[in-house]
Design a protein around this ligand. Structure first.
Ligand SMILES: [Zn+2]
Length: 456
């Protein structure tokens, strides 16, 4: 189908348009119609459109895609009592607070978290909500995503192995395998849209080897295959996890994952910090993708995803900001910058450049979500998800030779405009919808109550 002008929107007069589907275009423009990219082009060929958005002084890129997050954790951001221990201590300190999650808290935290992502240039996000003390929490998140306007891939997260059964979480935050599988079926039937351009897709997300039963892992894999949805979990994040898996299952985390039918081309995992060389090869052959979340890993002090080595074994890497109680910010720009610095620190100056980081945060994450060739690139017919980033003013004075390098190395940068599905979600650096102050007030009330911190 060829779309004809006048289009709904044209974003024009950029310093540079980076489509990732072809060569960068100095002075480039993007036209949008019906939520899709209608065309791209160079200066002087701009088409007529009902709305014009100026990208003067700006860089246009595809919208960034977040492949791993736990948005509800923004209710316990930088929670002081949880800092200072390893992953397992951090989790066991926070589980009791998270057991208070209800529909209102899930909705309000999602609204704020999604707004924060949009302001940071994210257009599609996954989320991994794995604490279900009551029903309807993912439904509440989906309502928030529809209001804010982000493309949303919620995973039906879950925990079913409590302390009493040898797992890590307390009984108050786990459900039975059967409850989880039934709710997974319900969510797929109600919300999963397999069509191109979908705004909502469900994936199945048993949380980690130390918080779910092997039965839930294998039955989730069967259900995902039956319903053609993707699988997501945490994998090989921590040395305590390796110890747990060897003691409990007699297998390493990656062996356990592979045994349960997860390494079959349908899964993406968060972290994957401690695979052996042989396991990296198996993951590459199994087409399992990895969401790299550098800030969270560094803050909790574990280690970091071996991006260069995994890539050499054919594993696709995407980017995630991870939960708001360990990364604490939700800027994918900052996460991409951190990935760049960390990869160079570990692998030397040729290990990664800003273009590589941009690809990880766009096409890499799109592959994690099963949307390669659809999201993460600006080509005619693709969903119109794009960002205009400021590359002018004091922070960019003197940066002229490579605007993508400048974008990631100068800054800090937030989105000037964020367009999702053709809709302007962020305009001139502000959310393009009412209700933020009210939502922040509700968020403060709930989070203070959870943390026992009174308002002054
Ligand atoms: Zn996580």
């Amino acid at each position: 189908m060829t779309l004809l002008p006048p289009f709904d929107l044209v974003v024009r007069d950029s310093e540079l348009l980076v489509t990732l589907a072809g060569d960068p275009i100095p002075g480039g423009w993007v036209a949008v119609s019906g939520g899709l990219v209608a065309g791209t082009g160079s200066v002087g060929t701009e088409p007529e459109a009902k709305e014009v958005l100026s990208a003067r002084g700006g860089l246009i890129t595809p919208g960034l895609i977040n492949a791993h997050h736990h948005i509800f954790q923004n209710l316990t951001r930088s929670y002081a009592p949880a800092l200072g221990g390893g992953l397992f201590q951090w989790l066991t300190t926070l589980y009791p607070l998270w057991s208070r999650l209800d529909e209102e808290a899930a909705y309000v935290s999602a609204w704020i978290g999604l707004a924060e992502l949009a302001l940071g240039g994210c257009t599609t996000t996954s989320d991994h909500l794995y604490v279900h003390p009551c029903a309807g929490l993912i439904d509440a998140e989906i309502s928030a995503a529809r209001e804010v306007g982000l493309r949303f891939h919620p995973t039906r997260g879950s925990m079913s192995l409590s302390q009493e059964d040898g797992g890590l979480p307390p009984k108050s935050v786990v459900q039975t395998d059967d409850e989880i599988l039934a709710d997974s079926e319900r969510l797929i039937a109600k919300y999963h849209d397999p069509a191109p351009g979908a705004m909502c897709r469900i994936a199945l997300g048993p949380c980690s080897p130390f918080s779910v039963t092997p039965r839930l892992m294998s039955e989730s894999a069967s259900l995902a295959e039956r319903r053609n949805v993707r699988l997501h979990t945490h994998l090989a994040e921590d040395r305590d996890e390796t110890k747990f898996c060897l003691q409990t299952f007699g297998r390493s985390p990656v062996e356990h994952f592979d045994d349960l039918g997860w390494n079959e081309g349908n899964a993406w995992v968060a972290h994957c910090i401690f695979p052996t060389e042989d396991e990296m090869e198996r993951l590459g052959l199994g087409k399992t993708a990895v969401a790299h979340c550098p800030s969270s890993n560094m803050l909790i002090g574990g280690s970091a995803t071996p991006v260069t080595q995994l890539t050499a074994h054919g594993v696709v890497i995407g980017l995630g900001c991870d939960g708001s109680a360990s990364t604490d910010h939700a800027s994918l720009w900052l996460e991409a910058r951190t990935a760049l610095l960390l990869c160079r620190l570990r692998g030397g100056p040729t290990a990664m450049n800003a273009w590589d980081a941009l690809r990880i945060a766009t096409t890499g994450s799109a592959a994690c979500l099963g949307r390669s060739g659809e999201l993460g690139e600006l080509r005619a017919g693709a969903p119109a998800d794009l960002v205009v980033w400021p590359v002018d003013g004091i922070a960019f004075a003197g940066a002229h030779t490579d605007l993508v390098e400048a974008w990631l190395r100068c800054g800090p940068v937030r989105a000037r405009h964020t367009v999702v599905n053709g809709r302007v979600v962020v305009r001139q650096g502000e959310l393009n919808m009412p209700g933020l102050e009210d939502m922040l007030g509700r968020h403060a009330r709930i989070s203070r109550e959870w943390q026992g911190v009174l308002a002054r």
